[in-house]
Design a protein around this ligand. Structure first.
Ligand SMILES: [Zn+2]
Length: 172
């Protein structure tokens, strides 16, 4: 059995979580908005904090260790129509997400962004801020040669590490 594919593939990459992921993607297709479905606990995800105006979750395809997203609870799609109060509250959320990452992973920099419109790279219409920590040493062999991002920790472990610091950032 081990040699059944001999001569067909040189390498196999075993991904035990793939099946659960595919199942979740299939389930996600049922919902008009993935982020609303996550907010309403209809879809599995890694939400770290839920507040009055926004929630914070891990990006499950992280660009880097600790990559988070800050998402308004309300299904808002037009940045220009955000009222000042909500906008301020969301920016505080972004600031706190940065703080959480700083406490946990001490990055050397950040990229913070909002993708707007199909041609702006927005795959989900529901507005959400990407909070991406940057590290001095992050591009290695795989990035340079194989178009592959290496995240040096499992999502489970990252979630555990971040959750430890959540109460330091969002005090009750
Ligand atoms: Zn939505």
């Amino acid at each position: 059995m081990a040699n059944a594919f001999k001569g067909v593939y040189d390498h196999f990459l075993w991904s035990s979580k793939r099946k659960a992921y595919v199942r979740n993607v299939e389930k996600a297709k049922k919902y008009k908005c993935i982020l609303c479905a996550i907010r309403n606990n209809k879809l599995e995800s890694r939400v770290l904090y839920k507040g009055r105006d926004y929630f914070v979750l891990m990006n499950i395809f992280p660009y880097n260790l600790g990559h988070l997203m800050v998402v308004p609870n309300k299904h808002v799609t037009d940045f220009m129509k955000l009222d000042k109060r909500l906008l301020c509250s969301l920016m505080v959320g972004v600031q706190k997400a940065m703080k959480l990452i700083k406490y946990t992973y001490k990055p050397d920099g950040f990229n913070i962004g909002l993708n707007i419109g199909e041609y702006g790279g927005a795959s989900i219409k529901h507005l959400h801020w990407q909070v991406v920590p940057r590290y001095k040493r992050e591009a290695g062999f795989m990035e340079a040669t194989a178009d592959t991002r290496v995240v040096p920790e499992t999502l489970d472990q990252i979630e555990k590490d971040l959750l430890k610091n959540v109460s330091k950032v969002w005090k009750k």
